[in-house]
Design a protein around this ligand. Structure first.
Ligand SMILES: [Zn+2]
Length: 228
């Protein structure tokens, strides 16, 4: 009996285990040197990815069993020499720009910026997107919500109450979702889990009891004078 239970739990764990693969495509690039020396290189990144993965399941998406979760075998981070953005995630492949890492001179220190960026990009690997029917702005709002909740929100991001519509995306939508959380605990987790096979804006009313336009007006009223 005991042996059977052990085998069962090992096999369940085996199903949900995710591997983390990190590739530095251009080791001599100055961005790669910073990745090794300032950020902590592959060992730090691998450890960080495990932490973020658990944080996503336990805290952001509230998915406690493998059946709740998006099936993911491997998340790969590829640090490559490309311009035009900090990172691009396709499926579970996160491409991070070495040019961006090398040139970064922002309000966070580089290690924190990298942590913030990976929180955002790894959210894309594990969140549902309504089988590609959810608006990109909602998907990006949830990814920025993860970094907001993790206290890795870059100071340059929009303040709470900013924006002229709820689905402007990114750092406009993330604090609005945080507000929705105060009305209904785990709002974002509930919304994400409804987005498994399709998306409808009415999900937000189903969860909160209020149409999203009403929620947006209530949210804006909390932050008079913030209209950016
Ligand atoms: Zn994104």
């Amino acid at each position: 009996m005991c042996t059977l239970l052990v085998i069962f739990s090992v096999s369940i764990h085996g199903i949900s285990a995710v591997n983390y693969d990190i590739v530095v495509a251009a080791p001599q690039h100055p961005g790669s040197i910073k990745f090794q020396k300032v950020i902590g290189g592959i060992p730090f990144t691998k450890q960080l990815m495990g932490q973020i993965n658990n944080y996503l399941w336990s805290t952001i998406l509230k998915q406690n069993t493998p059946a709740d979760r998006k099936p993911v075998d491997v998340v790969k981070v590829a640090l490559s020499d490309f311009k035009g953005g900090e990172a691009v995630t396709v499926g579970t492949l996160i491409n991070v720009s070495l040019v961006y890492l090398n040139d970064y001179n922002g309000p966070l220190d580089l290690k924190k910026e990298f942590m913030s960026l990976l929180h955002h990009e790894m959210t894309h690997c594990f969140q549902w997107n309504g089988a590609n029917t959810a608006p990109v702005t909602v998907v990006e709002g949830i990814a920025d919500y993860t970094i907001l909740k993790a206290n890795l929100y870059p100071p340059g991001f929009m303040p709470r109450g900013a924006g002229d519509r709820w689905d402007k995306g990114y750092d406009y939508t993330a604090p609005f979702f945080e507000y929705c959380d105060t009305l209904v605990p785990d709002f974002v987790a509930k919304l994400n889990n409804m987005m498994r096979t399709h998306y409808d804006v009415s999900f937000i009313k189903t969860i909160t009891g209020k149409p999203v336009e009403q929620l947006w007006m209530d949210y804006k009223a909390k932050y008079p004078g913030v209209n950016k």
